[in-house]
Design a protein around this ligand. Structure first.
Ligand SMILES: Nc1ncnc2c1ncn2[C@@H]1O[C@H](COP(=O)(O)OP(=O)(O)OP(=O)(O)O)[C@@H](O)[C@H]1O
Length: 241
């Protein structure tokens, strides 16, 4: 059986800069999968290609055997970008209602979905505040709520916890685990090692290639290292010429 998300020979250039050289990746359904790589290694580019926001220069992406971009699959994806795309002059509730209408959630279901999404991210008591009165962490949680509104089967989160304090970060990870238990496949990008440790499987991205793939334990065992950071360095050395 093929994987839920399959990336084959992905290459991407921005003008003359080759950002992704040859990426092959298989992500099984139901996993919390991490893309780990240093800043500028192409993580955002790769997730944008994965969900059909960006056409790769070469290569193919399939999700549930549908070649991307597929409108059908895009409707099942929740995407949380690195920067919050929210309306600061509107309240949290108005933001959620607006995005619910954009997603095409039927009017009679909207109220319930808005309540549910706010509850998951613990913002129920702050729904009537306008977002210009939200802290950075609250805005990130609101972006997660927006990505969850239409109950996507695939959630793609681009560095969701950047700038978030450790307590909120732990609580977001609890939310993610709960969503995973409900059957959601989650792909997360990070360059933070302790977050990468929490993923079921990881792909290590460097210089436009996936230099290794496996569970955090596998990766440490295979590289005979004690930490993911050392594992990353060790796999990196093997690919150097
Ligand atoms: N729209 C664009 N036009 C031109 N170059 C781009 C564009 N977007 C990204 N790049 C370049 O592609 C490379 C990879 O960027 P990308 O944002 O995918 O990396 P990243 O791993 O997500 O980085 P970070 O962890 O800092 O967010 C960088 O060199 C970046 O400058």
């Amino acid at each position: 059986m093929s994987a839920f998300i399959e990336l084959t020979n992905i290459q991407h250039n921005y003008h003359k800069e080759i950002v992704l050289k040859e990426v092959n990746l298989s992500i099984p359904r139901g996993q919390l999968f991490g893309l780990l790589g240093p800043s500028g290694s192409g993580k955002t580019t790769l997730v944008k290609i994965m969900i059909g926001l960006l056409n790769p220069t070469n290569g193919t992406v399939t999700i549930a055997n549908n070649k991307m971009p597929s409108l059908k699959q895009m409707q099942n994806i929740g995407y949380m970008a690195q920067s919050d795309a929210l309306y600061s002059e509107l309240t949290a509730k108005e933001n959620l209602e607006f995005f619910a209408s954009i997603y095409g959630i039927p009017k009679k279901e909207r109220k319930e979905r808005v309540t549910e999404a706010a509850k998951i991210v613990n913002l129920t008591d702050h729904l009537h505040k306008s977002l210009d009165k939200y802290s950075g962490g609250m805005k990130r949680r609101m972006s997660l709520a927006v990505a969850l509104l239409h109950k996507p089967s695939l959630l793609i989160l681009d560095e969701p916890t950047v700038g978030i304090d450790p307590v909120l970060r732990a609580s977001i990870w609890e939310d993610l685990r709960q969503l995973q238990e409900q059957g959601t496949t989650i792909v997360i990008t990070t360059h933070v090692m302790d977050e990468a440790e929490k993923c079921d499987n990881l792909a290590l991205l460097r210089d436009g290639y996936v230099i290794a793939q496996g569970s955090p334990t596998d990766l440490k065992e295979k590289s005979n290292t004690q930490t993911l950071e050392d594992a990353f360095l060790s796999f990196g050395k093997r690919t150097e010429v």
